[in-house]
Ligand binder design. Structure first.
Ligand code: GRF
Length: 202
């Protein structure tokens, strides 16, 4: 399945998907890595490996609609069938989200529906939760909403600060995202009644 990855920064989750997709039996092929920020470190990493990259600087477009139209053109030109958001920091219009309904996934560094939005680790520590984690879900118009494909949990340890917790969650993200993309690309995870039904390989 032809998969595009959208990033805005470091791109470590993108790297985990690219590396997983190198296996012969992985069902997704990474056909484009696009960033709305031309200076995203992840773009340099991908370029250095000869992967197809594109910067679409949202600041150069007058409105969200024309930015998204440029992005749609790039996705279409790459023959994209599935979109994976990986630290992509732009909210999409409902037109864009609906176009990719059940074909666009995102990773969020909390156990949704807890701690949507930014500063998740700070807020998890402030709430005193003992288990943290990450979620991969299909994208809906509301931020960090949508049918959950997979989650991974990690402990919150005494003495954690937002950076140590983020690092522990990130390690889990790097395992969860490739596994979740694999389920979606192989057709084993699909949306029914706004929940994800997962079939298992026999
Ligand atoms: C990750 O924690 C991801 O869950 C969140 O933003 C961070 C992006 O990191 N949405 P990276 O760019 O994938 O390294």
């Amino acid at each position: 399945v032809r998969t595009a990855i959208l990033i805005s920064g470091r791109g470590s989750n993108m790297q985990s998907l690219v590396e997983a997709a190198q296996a012969d039996d992985y069902p997704a092929e990474i056909v484009l890595i696009a960033s709305n920020r031309p200076d995203a470190a992840g773009l340099d990493w991908a370029k250095a490996r000869g992967l197809p990259t594109l910067a679409i600087d949202h600041k150069k477009y007058k409105t969200r609609d024309v930015f998204e139209a440029a992005l749609q053109d790039a996705l279409a030109a790459a023959g994209t069938e599935l979109v994976a958001l990986a630290g992509f920091m732009r909210l999409m219009t409902s037109d864009f989200v609906e176009h990719w309904r059940d074909r666009m996934i995102n990773i969020h560094p909390s156990l949704l529906p807890s701690f949507k939005g930014l500063h998740t680790h700070e807020r998890a520590l402030a709430a005193g939760v003992k288990i943290a984690g990450c979620t991969v879900h299909f994208v809906r118009t509301e931020m960090d909403e949508g049918p959950i494909i997979g989650q991974a949990a990690v402990p919150v340890l005494s003495g954690d600060d937002p950076a140590t917790l983020a690092a522990r969650v990130l390690a889990a993200e790097h395992r969860l995202y490739p596994a979740s993309l694999k389920l979606v690309a192989s057709g084993l995870a699909r949306v029914e009644g706004e929940k994800v039904i997962t079939l298992h390989e026999s």
